[in-house]
Design a protein around this ligand. Sequence first.
Ligand code: ATP
Length: 240
Amino acid sequence: MLKIKNINTFYGKVHALKNISIHLKQGEIVTLIGANGAGKTTILNSISAVTPPATGQIHFDDQDIAGLGPDRIVKLGICQVPEGRQVFKPLSVEDNLELGAYLRYRGREGRSAIRKDLDDMYALFPRLHERRKQAAGTLSGGEQQMLAMGRALMARPRLLLLDEPSMGLAPLVVQEIFRVIEQLRSERGTTVLLVEQNAKAALKMADRGYVLETGKVVLEGVASELLENKEVQRAYLGKD
Ligand code: ATP
């Protein structure tokens, strides 16, 4: 579904991604693991055209999307949930969700389809329904993460790019977020590229993973094998 080949991405003179190649099959959950600054976020931002790569190809369903703008990428079915959530704080929960369907309004899709998706989001995240009139800025961290995910899902993505969804959240909330990710894959067939500080939890859920060091892929494999890998355990998984 997604095939990234030899991309190089720069911030000014900083060479953040060096010949990165990764791929995702339809319906897979794939995780990116690496220390701070390894380039995980930059991979997501390169796909979503926030920081377009200088060279290399990104194929989505056989179309090269490397030169397209962020709005075209969303329209093709790729949505990113950024690190730190970035919900629109003064707006209500429901307005935030509706903004996720913005490109669909522009596409004159029926209001009833969007209403139905709102109901689906409230079924997925009942907490958001309880808080639907509340300003997003007054939500807890976990609720804001749910809202950021719900807002992305309102665009009906086929590929979801999740940047550190568990950051700063209590263990029970993290479980809830991970449950939703698995539910999205099993019920909708959504493909997920997941950047996670909690590498152990991410590998337990994922099908495959890539390990990054200073802008390069140094290891890739089936998630269960990475979990057993001594180097990975030592560098990224910590102790129980
Ligand atoms: P973290 O877990 O800390 O978010 P990461 O693996 O997601 O790390 P990136 O944020 O992708 O890493 O950063 C990759 C490299 O690019 C780092 O060396 C970082 O300092 C650099 N970088 C990221 N954003 C910028 C920027 N806006 N300007 C300059 N350099 C940047």
